[in-house]
Write a protein that binds this ligand. Structure first.
Ligand SMILES: NC(=O)c1ccc[n+]([C@@H]2O[C@H](COP(=O)([O-])OP(=O)(O)OC[C@H]3O[C@@H](n4cnc5c(N)ncnc54)[C@H](OP(=O)(O)O)[C@@H]3O)[C@@H](O)[C@H]2O)c1
Length: 363
């Protein structure tokens, strides 16, 4: 079953209906949010006033920052799966302070500084497509609001050592890189990791791989961005615009990489596979456009390569990432910060992809 089939099944309908039917005894909070509006450009986004009261299993969070990921650009323009309601509040990533919780909540408390797993029901264990049912910023309202109404099942309480701007980028980009490097590839100190690109997942991949003691190679279309990646610790950098056979070049330069964070997708898979050492692990993350011809998968059998795909990460993975970021004093890479009232301009800027790292919105 693909994501579209799943979302048209009854599971999602029952979630939406149950939330709408609840009656809260916690006082309502009125505040502003941005919705995606009708399909079109980012100018169709609407600023609206909402009244929020947490049901059991929900919290109202006063948002400090939210962050934009690649899929949010498609969600806001109406082409990342069609037929989304214009009233959807986008963004899967953010950070804030809990103002109110629904009755019976014991794990999350008023005053906690929190982030939230983007698949809010995936607390631990193996992936299941059921997680699509509560996907914050997509099938459930997200963080682009003065106050966000979020399922408490996904919330993670932050230690003081993780700052707000780093925390705001963890539940989309950070946990994806963590899942790939640690839960799937099992990266070891001294191994070589290839992280494609310089965007949100890519830069988290670089920072986490360095924290794990790996040697890191990064690809980009921009020499300026590559210089920034070297400042952040990248050991090997290569401009994929200037060297179309960059995978073969990397293999020659490094003796082959052990782990690939394939942050682009099937379009770049063949070059990524050329770059690998025997027994390398390739984690498919990017969902970008398909190549004109099917990937040839060079070295798949000869090098005994493993290829595995992932979908974001569980709450336990997010908790492990938070602990690692705290211990290693990791700070996320921020390309630009926009004010809450400039949200459509932030989306426009993110879509140009002239930045490295993440675009933040300060609420
Ligand atoms: N599977 C999952 O769980 C998961 C989770 C999060 C994101 N994703 C997907 O992962 C991808 C990245 O997401 P993101 O939010 O990090 O995006 P992003 O911040 O917009 O960054 C995209 C990056 O892709 C790089 N890029 C584009 N074409 C490239 C190519 N041919 N070779 C190397 N790099 C290339 C660009 O690097 P330069 O500008 O430096 O050239 C750009 O920085 C998207 O497809 C997104 O949908 C998947």
């Amino acid at each position: 079953m693909n994501r579209r089939d799943f979302l048209s099944s009854t599971a999602l309908a029952s979630v939406t209906t149950a939330a709408a039917a609840g009656v809260s005894t916690v006082p309502a909070i009125r505040s502003q949010a941005w919705t995606i509006g009708e399909p079109g450009g980012y100018e169709t986004m609407q600023r609206v006033e909402r009244e929020l009261a947490p049901q059991p299993g929900e919290a109202v969070v006063k948002v400090a920052y939210s962050a934009i990921a690649a899929r949010d650009l498609g969600i806001a323009r109406g082409w990342f799966l069609k037929d989304l309601p214009p009233s959807l509040v986008p963004l899967s990533e953010g950070v804030g302070t809990v103002l109110a919780v629904g009755e019976g909540e014991t794990r999350i408390k008023v005053g906690d500084r929190v982030i939230g797993a983007h698949f809010a029901r995936w607390t631990h264990g193996a992936w299941t497509p059921d997680n699509y049912a509560v996907d914050v910023g997509f099938t459930a309202n997200g963080w682009l609001a003065e106050h966000a109404l979020l399922p408490t099942s996904g919330l993670v309480v932050l230690p003081d050592g993780v700052d707000d701007t780093t925390a705001a980028t963890m539940s989309g980009s950070g946990v994806t890189a963590w899942h790939a490097l640690h839960s799937k590839a099992g990266v070891m100190s001294g191994e070589t990791v290839l992280s494609l690109g310089t965007g949100g997942v890519s830069t988290w991949g670089l920072l986490l791989a360095k924290a794990a003691g790996a040697r890191v190679a990064v690809t980009s279309s921009s020499d300026e961005k590559l210089a920034l990646m070297r400042e952040l610790g990248a050991d090997i950098t290569i401009n994929y615009r200037n060297d179309r056979e960059w995978g073969k070049t990397l293999e020659a330069q490094t003796g082959g990489v052990d782990v690939v964070l394939e942050n682009v997708g099937r379009l770049t898979l063949d070059q990524s596979m050329y770059a690998t050492a025997p027994n390398a692990r390739i984690v498919m993350i990017g969902t970008g456009r398909m190549p004109d011809e099917l990937p040839r998968m060079p070295g798949l059998y000869e090098k005994n390569l493993s290829i595995v795909a992932i979908s974001n990460g569980s709450r336990v993975m997010l908790e492990n990432l938070v602990r690692a970021a705290d211990a290693n004093q990791i700070r996320s890479v921020i390309g630009a910060t926009y004010a809450f009232n400039e949200a459509p301009a932030a989306f426009e800027f993110a879509a140009k992809s002239s930045h490295a790292g993440k675009i933040l919105i300060k609420h």
